[in-house]
Design a binder for this molecule. Structure first.
Ligand SMILES: [Ca+2]
Length: 264
């Protein structure tokens, strides 16, 4: 009897074990050429940290820049790449990331860059449809519907604009996001999130994506400044206020030329 039980255990263990192994082999094949390189030179970068905060996952690139992404990515989430001397890089990914290798070029920091937030900021009220453009069960709950951060006057040269960069944005359920197929909500939609500098509205966030740039009018910049981002509202909920639940990642202030041709 004991022998039979042992045999049975070995048999079931064997099945489970072979499944794990075959799954892993497939995954390794796909993962084979994920790579981090320098954006300008194309040189492979070692020891860059690759992380997915929603999944509590992180890994590092090898000496040839390659890395394996052994994370169970299903819905949209944000992947970060961090390396000293380089701008934090973020990218919205979903399960399609497992079907083709990722080659990510990261940029060296400029002395003018101001990193405003490193990780993920959740705005909203934790009430959202599973058909929303976020649709992930976020790890953190919302900080409320407003994010504020102060920053000193950014340095820039005369021909550069000051730009607010939202590294990654997910969860926006505006009419425009719906028209672009970014969510699966049938009828309702929300107003866009709004971006303010020192109380002046400088732009809206009505589409999800990566590296969204909003130029700050120079006359608004002071010695001390406040960036404010406010989540939109569900325009079809009149009984109570339902804020759009969104995730912002990797917010930066950068000085860059955005209108080089128009000016000269
Ligand atoms: Ca909500």
């Amino acid at each position: 009897m004991k022998k039979l039980l042992l045999l049975f255990l070995l048999f079931s263990f064997n099945i489970a074990f072979s499944e794990v192994i075959s799954g892993k082999i497939n995954h390794d094949d796909i993962n084979y050429s994920n790579k981090i390189v320098d954006y300008k030179t194309g040189m492979p970068l070692e020891n860059a940290r690759i992380s997915i905060p929603d999944l509590n996952y992180s890994t590092y690139s090898n000496s040839d820049g390659t890395f394996k992404l052994n994370a169970d990515v299903t819905n949209k989430t944000v992947l970060f790449v961090e390396k000293e001397g380089y701008k934090t890089f973020s990218l919205t990914i979903d399960n399609t990331v497992l079907n083709s290798p990722l080659k990510l070029g990261i940029e060296q920091t400029s002395p003018f860059d101001l990193q405003i937030s490193q990780g993920i900021i959740r705005l909203g009220d934790n009430m959202f449809s599973t058909n929303s453009a976020n649709s992930y069960d976020f790890h953190q709950s919302a900080h409320g519907h407003i994010y504020t951060q102060t920053f000193d006057k950014p340095k820039s040269s005369a021909n550069q604009d000051i730009v607010v960069v939202i590294g990654s944005l997910i969860g926006v359920d505006t009419k425009r996001a719906k028209e672009k197929g970014q969510n699966r909500i049938a009828r309702v939609y929300a107003s866009p999130a709004e971006v303010f500098i020192n109380g002046h509205k400088i732009g809206i966030l009505d589409l999800n994506g990566d590296n969204i740039e909003i130029v700050v009018p120079k006359n608004l910049i002071k010695a001390k400044n406040e960036l404010k981002i406010q989540a939109g509202k569900n325009l079809f909920q009149k009984e109570y206020t339902d804020y759009d639940d969104i995730e912002l990642a990797n917010i930066r202030i950068e000085a860059k030329q955005t209108h080089s041709f128009a000016r000269y």
